[in-house]
Design a protein around this ligand. Sequence first.
Ligand code: ME8
Length: 694
Amino acid sequence: MSNKSIFYVTTPIYYPNDIPHLGHAYTSIAADVLARFHRSLGDDVLFSTGTDEHGQKIENAAKKAGKETKEFVDNLIPQFKEAWKVLNISYDDFIRTTEYRHKSAVIEILKRCYENGDIYKGNYEGLYCLGCEAFYLEKDLDDGKCKIHKTKVEVVKEESYFFRLSGYQEKLLDYYEKNIDFLSPYHKREEIINRVKEGLNDLSITRTSFKWGIPFPYDEKHVIYVWFDALTNYITCAGFPDNPKKFEEFWPASVHLVGKDIMWFHQVIWPAMLMSAKLALPKKVFAHGWWTVNGEKMSKSIGNVISPIETSKKFGADELRYFLLREASFGEDGDYSEKSFIQRINSDLADDLGNLLSRALTLIEKNFESVIPQKHDSTNMDEELMKSLDIFEEYQKYMDSLEFNNALSSVWRAVQGANKYINDAQPWKIEDKKRLGTVLYNVAEALRIISIYIEPFMPTKAYEMRLCLGVRDESFKTLKHHIKPGLKTVKGNHLFKKYDIKLIEKEEQEKKNKEKVEKEKEKKEINKKTDAHESKKIMQQDFSILNLKVGKIVDIKMHPNADKLYIEQIDFGTETRQILSGLRGYYAADELLGKKVVVVTNLKTAKIRGLESQGMLLASEEDGKVGILFLEHANVGENVSIEGVTPSTKEIVYEEFAGVKMEVKYGVAYFENSELKAGSEKVKVERIKNGPIR
Ligand code: ME8
């Protein structure tokens, strides 16, 4: 074993049911900052992240997309890796829970808990939130809905194996008391302690109603509950059970970083599992705060989900890393807005740090031909500067307690100290070359030191600063070294770009207005046919002219010439048809893929923007929302009709179709007072309670 300190940091393993957003990036950036800080100190670091790929939620998402589950997740992993690459996340291990090494770890920890008598068979009847993949009691809900996802919970009733969590109440409370850092941040520990004191229920750890998980080794009908599986990833990455040498070196983890949403799993269930398996407990589990966007929860339906990739491309990855860790205290919630982000870039980064570097380089270029000058006698002012740079102790204390914003404030006090030094020393007025050399040497030395402190947060900018100063291979191990006179400096581009908030706001507004106009235009175009029918005074038509069928959307592409149209391939069992729909502004492609929809199949083939549409998919529109007609159980190719009406086989034109007045009432499709059905299943309509069907 080496004498080096060991540091093992983890992020949650994210669900790959969607692409990563700002919230996921936040935890990964924080973990990366810690990993880089410890590497710079010379520690042996293990930094793990990954994806949580089992469970019903993933299985359902794959079904919805009409894909095999493994194929579905395989397709999403590159997006996570791409995001972490763009953000410079220097993980050592990316674990996927579908890997073989993970299965062995899960089976082994389960076996140990089982042999310890903590697993028994029973029956589960309770409430389950699929979004959380968690069981809840009535008292945990808001009007029958999950407080986090605001969706109705399912009643689950099945045979299950249980983990005897109830047996760990006293042991956990005792552990929390003796290991004061375990529940972090400190001010949130009472919340967990009080809940544990209220009593712990045994945890259902197997399911029988779906198959996408690791099989339970003692009973093949069951798969292991996704959280029991996922939490184990932290020991899999540390080498459990097949690499005992690595495991001994890296386990227990120094810190698990998690969002406050999953605090309970990490601070209660996970330590109890480890106690049962007689494994050491992580030293710290830190639950950080939640990011909102312009004061609102990030959500697909609001359309305010911030992509870390897009944002980094627009403003820079280091800038984003800095902003997220500077703007909010790590244990508290934060709010993202482009305005506050730009303010931070302009003032802290461009004005304070960027200017300091460019002033120093300009003066060195002008007076010493871009060579770091010699240092001569020091004055009080010089001593003051060096004192203001002596921040290691407080910086380290803040990094150890994950007070990233405070660590950065300390660094920025040093940056301001260096700016003040230049302002006070006024090198542009100094005539004595020796004194001028000393002042500029000191500024260059200050910049070298600052580059070491900012590196964990902004690795690329730290590297660029060093290139400008002619230094390399700096780290906390070289903090006490000094910059060498004679090094060649390079005046590169500005370290940070400044942004004009007003201009960006104006551009955003213009973009929004343009989108609005285009949407209106597109809407008009799509409604043209309806308008046409109105002007032709189409006669009211009877339902019996229609031939409606259930079809499944098996492929979706964007129309190359119309940005509001999708090209859907719809499977009817005996044939597949191409249908164009104006759903693109309302549905993401993966929301439609795999859906069973209702199609008018006897409509004359139409050409829309150069492409054929062999029928029409039915939807309803109300108050700017659009929802499709859909079925859950019906078979593809099945007829959709109202009672007593046989579908027609005669081809009709659009105007005839438009004369059939169908509508949505309370989420169900009707013609006059008859429900539309496929067999015995009613046709339901997504998103729309009442409205016309087109
Ligand atoms: O919970 N603000 O995965 P997940 C801050 N697979 N952080 C946020 C955030 C926000 N708005 N949104 C998400 C899971 N996060 C499980 C974890 S671990 C054994 C299994 C971050 O994809 C935060 O770290 O839902 C949160 O805990 C995590 O993403 C949830 O990611």
